[in-house]
Design a protein around this ligand. Structure first.
Ligand SMILES: [Fe+2]
Length: 237
């Protein structure tokens, strides 16, 4: 009886997390695609570190919703192509707490809540929202942090071009033992060095938000959906 109840609870948790992932996809396709790649990197890393298939899958689910809190951040901050002001940065840095609160409100298991809440903590304690350090940070969040940053580094963003794999590799090494758990960085770089197809392709790129009227020669899928929808609204109003 208890086992059946636990099974249904876990299944319900996974269904809710998939619904949230869908809502991220609707709100911000670039964040959703980023989260999918982060989920794959995190899952591979967990398996490499000896996690069970099931636990690694749970980590990939947490990664899918790690930026859920950004769905509550205003568009003009979320899409800004210039540097954020101090107030805007503070607002942006609330997203782990917002995401965790949403998950707690849906009675999601603490594993997912903690992974989302602590994914911007740093190994030496300079991260946010709580300034945890070292092994005080849940292992799932330490893995997610490396996967998250590697994808950000190798992705096109409104405010930056993607780094090469070698340059991103150097940045992870530079952050080892300051921003990231050195054991996770070692594992991640080993996978990167031994698998030529490790880095996932970007299906949708984040172009600067000022690209409102894209060249007809660009394929549709490189224009963020958000921009296209905004353009459609402009036409109808
Ligand atoms: Fe984040």
């Amino acid at each position: 009886m208890v086992v059946a109840a636990q099974y249904y609870k876990e299944r319900e948790n996974r269904d809710i997390l998939h619904s949230f992932a869908k809502s991220i996809q609707e709100r911000d396709i670039v964040t959703y695609e980023h989260s999918r790649r982060v989920a794959t990197y995190a899952q591979r890393t967990a398996r490499y570190l000896g996690w069970s298939r099931r636990s690694a899958h749970d980590l990939s689910l947490a990664a899918l919703v790690h930026d859920l809190g950004k769905t509550w951040i205003a568009n003009d901050i979320l899409n800004k192509s210039e540097a954020l002001s101090d107030d805007e940065r503070r607002a942006m840095q609330r997203h782990p707490v917002i995401g965790a609160r949403i998950l707690i409100g849906c009675d999601i298991h603490a594993f997912f809540v903690d992974t989302v809440l602590y994914h911007h903590e740093a190994w030496d304690g300079h991260g946010y929202p709580t300034g945890l350090s070292g092994e005080e940070i849940p292992l799932s969040a330490r893995i997610l942090a490396v996967a998250d940053v590697y994808d950000v580094l190798t992705s096109q963003r409104p405010y930056k071009d993607p780094l090469s794999v070698d340059a991103a590799r150097e940045r992870l090494l530079l952050g080892s033992a300051t921003s990231f758990d050195p054991t996770i960085v070692r594992a991640f770089l080993h996978m990167l060095d031994t698998n030529p197809n490790f880095t996932l392709p970007q299906r949708i790129c984040a172009l600067p938000i000022m690209v409102r009227h894209p060249s007809p020669f660009l394929p549709n899928n490189v224009i963020p959906l958000r921009n296209r929808l905004e353009n459609e609204e402009d036409i109808s109003s």
